[in-house]
Write a protein that binds this ligand. Structure first.
Ligand SMILES: O=C([O-])C(=O)C[C@H](O)[C@@H](O)C(=O)[O-]
Ligand SMILES: [Mg+2]
Length: 418
């Protein structure tokens, strides 16, 4: 199964004005679709970030993988390591620092996923079987709430409406739960004064008794503020995600608040694990195969977490169906991933590059796609349309802060802010 061709297609899809500590989502979200084609005519799919710096690296590395066997992921990783010299960082900074190792893992990931897709198709088994087999048939996801504007400035309101206060957040939760059946809720915080976000969690707690809640301000708070918020929300939160920047700050907060701390910001590459574990900075790691080096490396990280008593959840960014399929296979094969995973799927509002049918939500969970490999097929018309949208949209890298400053010139993404 020799790799003969790799097609790389950047795509853009509509994204609502979701607010976060870095600013606000732009009208278009970017992704890159990777198609790996073998000499036997099998095609595997991968999906990754669409920012131009990353896209350039993905394109450059694709050339270096032609001629390799799809099983030879060690050589793939070595070749990508040799090329991915520059550290490419995200402008929004919401997934922590950039390191060389993390940059390699980010570039390697979509190729590895595509190779697993091919290997599954060749063997007639789903990817979950290549990761050790399923420990659950369907993967629970959480309702991922965002404060948001009613629509992008100058455009019609979108169907989700505004969520600028407690009532708006509760309303949004009702809508997502009605449509998807989610049984856990995450609120993206770091947008308003912490007291307002405490009030939103209390309102959710009251409106959805017994439903596990999380709050994620993306390191917008000082240690002192984080401790105050954590204590005030005792009994209301399943976990508190990245209240404050850095492992030492998180460790201080963790020692003083009643709930576990989770992260997708202070532990984002293997070298962060020893200091975080030693200082007990986190109780929950949010896996994300897009920057933890694909599915197999993420499984290894999951085993390590098990050894050291860390629990697992899963992080997401704006994504399409190839990513959702990959996330679902990984989570279905990971015994200690016991929290409902994050997904931005509702916000993509039906737009996708994969043909409908293989991915669906039942009671807030996605059943593992039944077909071989990832179990999803590319919808070529949708890919062509989204590729055209990419060409026309004018956005080449996600920049929530600059977009926000167009409407609020004084906005600062400084973290911690409160
Ligand atoms: O859990 C997180 O930190 C995220 O999901 C990061 C994302 O970039 C999210 O904040 C977003 O989409 O604005
Ligand atoms: Mg987070």
């Amino acid at each position: 199964m020799i790799i003969r061709q790799i097609r790389i297609t950047p795509v853009a899809f509509r994204d609502p004005p979701l607010l976060n500590a870095a600013g606000v989502h732009e009208p278009w979200a970017l992704r890159t679709i990777v198609e790996v084609v073998t000499d036997e005519g099998l095609t595997g799919l991968g999906e990754t970030y669409g920012d131009s710096g990353h896209l350039g690296k993905v394109r450059e590395c694709a050339q270096a993988l032609i001629g390799l066997d799809v099983h030879d992921t060690n050589t793939m990783y070595a070749r990508i390591s040799a090329i991915t010299g520059n550290v490419v960082s995200d402008m929004h900074g919401l997934t922590g620092v950039a390191t060389k190792e993390k940059s390699i893992d980010r570039v390697f990931s979509p190729f590895e996923v595509a190779c697993l897709d091919i290997r599954g198709k060749a063997a007639g088994v789903p990817v979950v079987d290549l990761l050790g087999g399923r420990v659950r048939d369907a993967v629970p996801y959480s309702a991922y709430l965002f404060y948001k504007w009613t629509g992008h400035p100058g455009e019609e309101p979108d169907r989700f409406g505004a969520a600028l206060d407690e009532a708006g957040v509760v309303e949004q939760a009702r809508l997502l739960i009605k449509e998807y059946g989610f049984a856990s809720i995450k609120l993206k915080g770091g947008v308003y004064h912490p007291d307002q976000e405490i009030a939103a969690i209390r309102a959710l707690h009251e409106a959805f008794p017994g439903v596990p809640l999380r709050l994620d301000p993306n390191a917008a708070w000082t240690v002192e503020t984080s401790i105050r918020v954590g204590r005030e929300l005792e009994g209301a939160l399943q976990y508190l995600e990245d209240p404050t920047p850095g492992i030492p700050g998180m460790a201080e907060v963790a020692a003083a608040v009643p709930m576990p701390l989770a992260t997708n910001m202070c532990v984002v590459t293997p070298e962060h694990l020893p200091p975080a574990i030693a200082s007990r900075a986190i109780g929950v790691l949010l896996l994300d195969h897009h920057y933890w080096g694909g599915l197999v490396r993420s499984s290894h990280i999951a085993s390590l977490c098990d050894t050291f008593g860390l629990e697992l959840s899963m992080h997401s960014n704006s994504h399409l169906g190839i990513s959702l399929a990959a996330m679902t296979h990984l989570a279905a094969a990971t015994p200690n991933l016991t929290f409902a995973c994050d997904t931005h799927t509702p916000w993509q509002n039906g737009q996708d590059v994969v043909a409908p049918g293989a991915l669906r939500f039942t009671a807030g969970a996605v059943p593992v796609p039944a077909g071989p490999g990832l179990g999803v097929e590319l919808d070529r018309d949708a890919l062509a349309l989204m590729s055209e949208q990419y060409e026309k949209c004018g956005i080449r890298a996600r920049d929530d802060t600059t977009y926000m400053q167009r409407f609020e010139p004084a906005f600062s993404a400084r973290r911690p802010r409160w």
